[in-house]
Design a protein around this ligand. Structure first.
Ligand SMILES: C[S@@+](CC[C@H](N)C(=O)[O-])C[C@H]1O[C@@H](n2cnc3c(N)ncnc32)[C@H](O)[C@@H]1O
Length: 213
């Protein structure tokens, strides 16, 4: 399957139907473990934790196994079903909810850390703004967002939208501090061979963003 192309002004997110289609089989991003960028900062991640766009839950489960209280949300029911099944098999208590990450406002929850592995880069400009506004309502001053997104250094247009360093600073300009943006590479499911990414995996940014008080 081909996902929508990147563009400097994007009005349409990758929609739910496209994601449901991915979850009809093994999803390209589903590698059965957390991305190394997240395990590398595990000691900085404090609970309670929100895993936004959690997919089948590997990041949520990793942090739950470290003793944190975690809620994972995804708008695809099949992803949440798989995540709940994994939690039961691993004996881990994680709350997995079918929920739209662009509708976080007025949810009434508060988190010390938010994980975003591959969610931000699926949004249109409008949804990106809605998401960031909603995030501001579910964190406390000092809370951190750990975000992995495709970078504009990844050649081509197939796969998710490319994001520039500047777009990250722009998206979090109001009430947030971008503490770091590091170049990393994303591990993809080796069964997914339809798109040729860079050797070693798609180039990405790993950003740590702190909510200001
Ligand atoms: C690239 S996948 C990453 C999944 C997971 N974080 C991982 O690393 O395996 C993006 C996920 O975001 C979910 N998603 C996309 N838009 C969403 C939205 N508006 N609300 C909640 N989940 C969404 C998709 O269903 C998909 O599971």
């Amino acid at each position: 399957m081909t996902m929508p192309m990147s563009s400097s002004v994007v009005t349409n997110s990758i929609d739910r139907a496209a994601f449901e289609n991915f979850y009809a089989g093994p999803a390209p991003w589903d590698i059965g473990k957390p991305q190394p960028a997240f395990t590398a900062v595990a000691d900085q991640v404090t609970g309670p934790i929100l895993d936004a766009g959690c997919g089948t839950g590997e990041h949520a489960l990793f942090f739950a196994a470290r003793g944190h209280r975690v809620i994972g949300i995804d708008f695809v029911e099949e992803a949440i079903r798989r995540a709940r099944r994994k939690a039961a098999e691993r004996g881990l208590a994680v709350e997995f909810l079918v929920k739209d990450a662009t509708a976080l406002a007025q949810w009434g929850k508060r988190f010390a850390s938010v994980l975003d592995c591959g969610l931000f880069h699926v949004f249109s400009d409008d949804d990106r703004r809605r998401y960031v506004r909603g995030l501001a309502e579910v964190v406390e001053p000092g809370s951190r967002l750990f975000l992995l997104c495709f970078s504009d250094e990844e050649p081509g247009t197939e796969g998710p939208r490319r994001v520039s360093r500047q777009e990250l600073y722009d998206a979090f300009a109001d009430g947030w501090e971008v503490e770091s943006v590091q170049p990393v590479q994303v591990e993809v499911n080796p069964e997914f061979t339809e798109v040729k990414f860079s050797q070693g995996g798609p180039k990405a940014w790993f950003a740590v963003v702190r909510r200001q008080g």
